[in-house]
Design a protein around this ligand. Structure first.
Ligand SMILES: *Cc1c(COP(=O)(O)O)cnc(C)c1O
Length: 342
């Protein structure tokens, strides 16, 4: 197998460190892991395998196809999008749906589906049955493992957090649920009232810093590296790339890297992104192409064809530079990288 000219260096120790940090912050609550969207782009199988080994017991995906792809790992999976009629036939054993609607509840009850989770909407108005429906007995008789809700503004100091917390806490004892779960990564940092019995971090596991309280505690997991395809001298007055958006004011050494917007390195990094060769920072020049990127190599006289260059991708800083969210930075990475765990 030939090796890819671009790679993700994935820090397994940092992933475990982040989960253990969040587990400690979760206090007496168990700490699960959101591994939807292929483990936020890192590769769900490797993420699940590593976190399970570290002691994580509850994993969340969005789709049944994601659960099927992980079922052989023998971990407890919940499917956040619930269960459609067409999902009922082909369900891997032991995987629970997170029921979101009255229709899904009826479907599950009619099929005698067994243990399930349920999402209650406490104000986000995305997925979930209403608090009123729960009070009216919608969930009676269901074998609920985890009753959950989701915070809309946990990454902000919003009054909505306490409102959602209070609505959710009010459901305690109103259902037969064995556990209750509210907090995502940011929610864990909101304090003890938000922990309940189980937390569900995603972003912070992968190095995202969702709230200032997590800065310093969370380590970077993902590093992008691309190989140099060509090095060239661009003469003063010449331009680089599509639409000639960069023009050299002096003779400029330029390296062309094997990465582009098809790899999730989107056009918003045009003229803004940074790369690193050893200790030297190298600026992105001109437009990002689909599969290629130009960087200034003036500071790196030793950089040659075939060398590997790191693209700066620390999530909070890169989100600020690009205008993309930390979530988008991870989930957009695409399939052409060799994913190398160290
Ligand atoms: C994605 C998701 C999470 C994880 O959220 P992060 O902000 O990535 O920590 C938790 N719960 C639900 C319902 C989700 O959809």
């Amino acid at each position: 197998m030939t090796s890819s000219p671009l790679r993700l260096r994935l820090d397994g120790a940092a992933l475990i460190h982040n989960w253990k940090t969040l587990a400690v912050m979760s206090g007496a609550a168990a700490c699960g892991a959101a591994v939807k969207a292929d483990g936020y782009g890192l590769g769900a199988r490797e993420v699940v395998r590593r976190l399970a080994q570290a002691g994580c017991r509850d994993f969340f995906v969005a789709h049944w196809s994601e659960a099927r792809a992980l079922a052989d790992l023998g971990v407890q999976l919940s499917v956040l999008h619930g269960v459609r009629a067409e999902d009922m036939a082909d369900r891997p054993e032991g995987v629970r749906p997170v029921l979101n609607t009255a229709e899904q509840v009826r479907r599950w009850r009619d099929a005698d589906g067994g243990p399930c989770d349920v999402m209650v909407d406490t104000g986000m108005n995305r997925l979930g049955v209403s608090v009123e429906d729960v009070a009216a007995g919608l969930l009676d008789g269901l074998q609920i493992e985890t009753l959950m809700s989701h915070l809309a503004c946990a990454d902000e100091d919003s009054a909505m957090n306490a409102r959602q917390q209070a609505r959710f806490a009010g459901l305690h004892g109103r259902t037969a649920a064995r556990r209750m779960s509210l907090a995502n990564s940011a929610g864990i940092a909101l304090g003890a009232d938000y922990r309940f019995d189980l937390t569900r971090p995603g972003l912070a596991l992968y190095g995202g810093v969702a709230r200032r309280e997590l800065a310093g505690a969370i380590r970077q997991v993902v590093r992008l590296e691309a190989q140099v395809l060509q090095r060239r001298l661009v003469k003063a007055g010449e331009s680089v790339g599509y639409n000639a958006t960069f023009t050299a004011t002096a003779d400029t050494e330029v390296a062309i890297l094997n990465i582009g917007y098809a790899d999730g390195y989107l056009r918003c990094f045009s003229g803004k992104g940074r790369a690193r060769f050893g200790e030297v920072a190298l600026a992105v020049l001109g437009r990002v192409s689909m599969d290629l990127l130009a960087i200034c190599a003036d500071g790196a006289p030793a950089l040659r064809e075939g060398d590997w260059v790191e693209l700066c991708y620390a999530l909070p800083e890169t989100a600020a530079v690009s205008g993309l969210s930390q979530y988008e930075l991870l989930t957009g990475l695409g399939q052409r990288y060799a994913r190398m765990w160290g």
